[in-house]
Design a protein around this ligand. Structure first.
Ligand SMILES: O=C(O)CCC(=O)C(=O)O
Length: 284
C-alpha cells in the first residue's frame, strides 16, 4: 500500500483536537481495506500526541500488568505480550484518546457503517525476547452478531521488522476454515499451512502509522528480536448497531461477561463499556 499523504480537514475558526479531527480516506483506500481485510495507513497521528499517549499507557501497563512469570516459564500466549485491557477505564488521558473521533471515523468508513461503538481497548507490549503472536482471527473470541468489527493497531514507537510488527494475510477475512482456532501453537501451525497460498504482508511501522484489520482477517506478529519493548495500543471498534450473539465457545462466554455486561442475547451491545464513539450524521 502506498503511503497516503496527510490530509486533515480543518474548518477555519473551529479548532478541533487532533484526536477528533478528520483523516480523509480515499475511495481507493476504502476499497483496498474491503478487498484485503486490512490497511496500513501512514501519518495518522502526530509524534506529539503519540508520545503523550505512550507515557500514560506505559505507566498504566507497569501499574496494572499482572504477569509475574519469567518469559521462559510462560505459555506461547503469555510469551507473545503483556496484555492490559480497557485502560480507558483507569486513565482520563487514555479515555480522551479512545473516545477520539479521528480513528473511530476511519473505522466507520472502512467497515461501511454509519456509527461506531467501542468493544474494548488494550495495550499489547511484546517484551525484548518475547515470542510470536500466533496466526489467528480475533472474531473467534467475540460473541457478536455480524462481521462489522475492526481493530486499530497503534504502535507507540516506530516498530521495525525485528520487533514483531503486526502482519496480515490479505483477503483472508473471506476464509472460513480455521476460524474455530484460539491463539495457540496449533493455530500457528495449522494456519501457516492453510494461508501459505495467500501470502503474508509484514511491513515496518513508522511512528504515526496505524493499521486497521477486520475481525475475521487472519494476522500474526513475529517475535521481538530487539532489545526494546514493542509497545502497541489497540482499539477494537464495532458497528454501533452490533447485537450480542449467543456465545459459541468458552472464550466468547468470558468476553460477554467482561465487555458486554448486562447485555442480553439479541440486544444492541450498548453497555456502559461500549460507548458510542462516532456517528456519521455529525451528532457525535
Ligand atoms: O500485537 C500483537 O502482537 C497482536 C495484536 C493482535 O492480534 C490484534 O490487535 O488483533
Amino acid at each position: 500500500m502506498q503511503p497516503s499523504t496527510q490530509s486533515d480537514v480543518i474548518t477555519p475558526g473551529t479548532p478541533v483536537d487532533e484526536i477528533d479531527r478528520e483523516y480523509v480516506l480515499s475511495a481507493e483506500q476504502i476499497e483496498f481495506y474491503r478487498q484485503n481485510g486490512y490497511i496500513h495507513l501512514k501519518a495518522v497521528l502526530s509524534a506529539g500526541l503519540l508520545n503523550r499517549h505512550r507515557a500514560e499507557v506505559v505507566s498504566k501497563v507497569q501499574e496494572l500488568s499482572t504477569e509475574t512469570l519469567p518469559l521462559a516459564q510462560r505459555s506461547t500466549y503469555g510469551k507473545a505480550f503483556l496484555q492490559v485491557m480497557n485502560l480507558w477505564r483507569s486513565s482520563e488521558a487514555v479515555r480522551t484518546f479512545v473516545m477520539g473521533k479521528r480513528l473511530a471515523r476511519i473505522a466507520s468508513e472502512l467497515v461501511g457503517c454509519d456509527g461506531i461503538r467501542l468493544y474494548h481497548d488494550q495495550a499489547l507490549f511484546k517484551e525484548p525476547g518475547g515470542g510470536i503472536t500466533p496466526w489467528h482471527a480475533d472474531q473467534y473470541y467475540w460473541p457478536l452478531s455480524n462481521e462489522r468489527t475492526v481493530t486499530a493497531w497503534i504502535p507507540l514507537t516506530a516498530v521495525g521488522l525485528p520487533m514483531g510488527p503486526l502482519s496480515f494475510c490479505p483477503g483472508s477475512q473471506r476464509i472460513q476454515e480455521g476460524r474455530e482456532l484460539a491463539i495457540s501453537d496449533d493455530s500457528e501451525q495449522t494456519l501457516k499451512q492453510k494461508l501459505a497460498a495467500y501470502g503474508t504482508v509484514e511491513e515496518p511501522f513508522d511512528l504515526g502509522d496505524v493499521s486497521f484489520h477486520a475481525g475475521w482477517t487472519f494476522h500474526r506478529a513475529g517475535a521481538n528480536l530487539s532489545q526494546s519493548m514493542r509497545e502497541a495500543f489497540t482499539i477494537i471498534y464495532m458497528d454501533h448497531e452490533m447485537r450480542l450473539a449467543e456465545p459459541r465457545n468458552a472464550n466468547q462466554k468470558t468476553d460477554r461477561e467482561r465487555w458486554c455486561p448486562q447485555v442480553r442475547v439479541g440486544e444492541i451491545v450498548a453497555s456502559e463499556l461500549n460507548p458510542l464513539l462516532y456517528i456519521a450524521d455529525g451528532s457525535r
